[in-house]
Design a protein around this ligand. Sequence first.
Ligand SMILES: CC(C)(COP(=O)(O)OP(=O)(O)OC[C@H]1O[C@@H](n2cnc3c(N)ncnc32)[C@H](O)[C@@H]1OP(=O)(O)O)[C@@H](O)C(=O)NCCC(=O)NCCS
Length: 414
Amino acid sequence: MSDEHKFWPTQPVKHDPTAEKPHQIIDIEKENVPKKSLPTPAYVKFDVIDQYQSAKLEELTEFLANHYVGDAKGRCRFGYSKEFLTWWLQSQSNNISVGLRIVKSDQLIDEHQKLVEQFSDGELVGYISSVPMNYTFKDLTKPAQSVDFLCIHHELRLQNLAPLLIQEITRRSYKQGIFSAVFTAAFTAKQDKPTIPPMLLTTYYHRLLDPVKLSQCEFCRKPQAMSERDYVQHYKLPYVNSDKAKCVRKMTKQDQEKCCQLLNDFQTRNYKIQQHYTPDLFKKMFRNIDNVIQCYVYEKNGEILGFASFYIVDTQMLAPEIVKLHKYIRNGYFYQYGVKEGQNEIDELTLMTLMTHEMKKQKVDVATCLNIGKNVEIIQKLQMDGGDGKLSYHTFNLDWGTEIKNEDLGIVLV
Ligand SMILES: CC(C)(COP(=O)(O)OP(=O)(O)OC[C@H]1O[C@@H](n2cnc3c(N)ncnc32)[C@H](O)[C@@H]1OP(=O)(O)O)[C@@H](O)C(=O)NCCC(=O)NCCS
């Protein structure tokens, strides 16, 4: 890691991309972890964003809608809905959800007074969250946090508030007895590389479902010589045999236990690193919530042979000339899926083709996935194209001790 980095060299993450051993693992004594929150600069303070308080979730939704990941030119930005954040943050009762709020006071030094001028007292200006999961590598299952939604207000960037949030969530996690984490960082192909050496570098792939809308949103470019009609025809979803299409239905509560087993078995068979779901966690994460997450089963003769899920996140359009036409793009992301072993009825490609049909029925404009796990085999066949968006996977205080290939990875963070 180069000298320009001040924070990450002090952390148990991979420092040298060429090193055989990715990084040093530190032993933590839970008892020695500070009980109180870390000290903050006087102009901010930590605040728990309680995932069970509707008003706080609303505030968080607005904050992320204004400041979370967007393109460099400010023409679009993720728009995670309140319902989505509620689903993710309430998936476990011990999830960590910490914000940074502005503290206004006459006592602040001039430099800080200047920084907070435009804010109101108590305004939310930073956020980080984590969901504890069990990650499995070969026979080893380790609890680790899935860290997500790190965000700092645009006007307070480069003030070292991100490391502060990362260190505070680390402290809170250590207090829970969880000493490792997995996190991702988004960047675009135009930006040269991720901040720190990743465990794995991945690319977003997209299957256009409403190509005309997407080209109007400048998400893709319709070839000039092609008519709109031909463009739509070009992206018409492939036909799936109606006998197979009939076997797809929404997952119900009664299916959850079987689907959990099917998914864990599928992941164990296919991936070196996977998220292992207890029946309890599965039940909370995988259920049907309109506009948030959709789960399906493939059932033949009363037997569940496949399970598939996707989640929905809008991308907000910000460029005025586009907003006039469309306020957002509705994005359907492949989430966890799997098929039962030892049957020839349904394979991953057919299952996920069927999911793109379900997405279309639900007015999703584009199906998206990363080139990880089984997606690697099916993205070309599904007519998915690699986009500008990249996502690097990182581990914190966690060394799998082996090189990870895209097809080895079954972990999906939202
Ligand atoms: C990512 C973000 C929180 C960083 O905040 P910032 O104010 O630019 O960064 P700070 O000055 O506070 O901290 C800089 C440190 O954080 C690190 N950092 C920056 N972005 C990071 C990321 N996505 N993940 C982990 N670390 C990151 C930097 O490398 C730097 O550490 P270093 O000195 O060791 O290199 C901010 O740019 C942001 O909110 N972006 C939009 C949302 C986003 O991209 N979130 C990340 C989720 S994918």
